[in-house]
Design a protein. Structure first.
Length: 171
């Protein structure tokens, strides 16, 4: 979409202006290039396809609320299996993690885990936080919307990544 086409779309409907303003404001509030690229991608999707406008608005709002620790937790939940609480316990499904396992896997976030999860839950990126039966351990599940936001961030990261060997390292 050219800048002129973008301006035309934004002028046509205040919803597009609101989406653009929210994405720009969120981009200005971060130094994280990955998040800026993800915001731009969500904005572009919303401007190109009116059917995506409302979802793009929600994605922009969620991405605006995330920092690196939130993304680390989302990525872990999406890409790794939560280990069983005890030997012989049934494995949790994909994207489902227990609090104690998250604290063990991400020790640097141990003290901030509950505020991180509260933010992810508030944006509907994860669901849960209730205690698992007979385990005395909170459990969260990654939502489809959480996966969608993570895809924006991952796609943005892949687009921003330099080509192999561009950093001077031997391939």
């Amino acid at each position: 979409m050219s800048p002129d086409e973008m301006a035309e779309v934004i002028d046509a409907d205040d919803r597009y202006l609101a989406l653009s303003a929210a994405a720009i404001q969120a981009a200005l509030a971060t130094l994280n290039d990955q998040r800026v690229a993800a915001l731009a991608q969500a904005l572009g999707d919303g401007l190109r396809d009116e059917a995506q406008l409302d979802t793009s608005w929600l994605v922009v709002q969620a991405l605006a609320d995330l920092e690196s620790p939130h993304v680390r937790v989302l990525h872990l939940m999406a890409t790794e299996q939560c280990p069983p609480a005890q030997r012989g316990d049934q494995e949790l499904g994909p994207g489902v993690w227990r609090e104690k396992a998250l604290r063990e896997r991400l020790p640097g976030l141990r003290d901030g885990l509950l505020p991180i999860m509260a933010t992810l839950d508030r944006q509907a990126l994860v669901f849960g936080g209730g205690l698992a039966a007979a385990v005395d351990d909170r459990v969260w599940s990654l939502t489809d919307f959480g996966r969608k936001c993570l895809r924006y961030l991952t796609s943005a990261q892949n687009q921003a990544a330099p080509p192999a060997g561009a950093d001077g390292a031997a391939g």
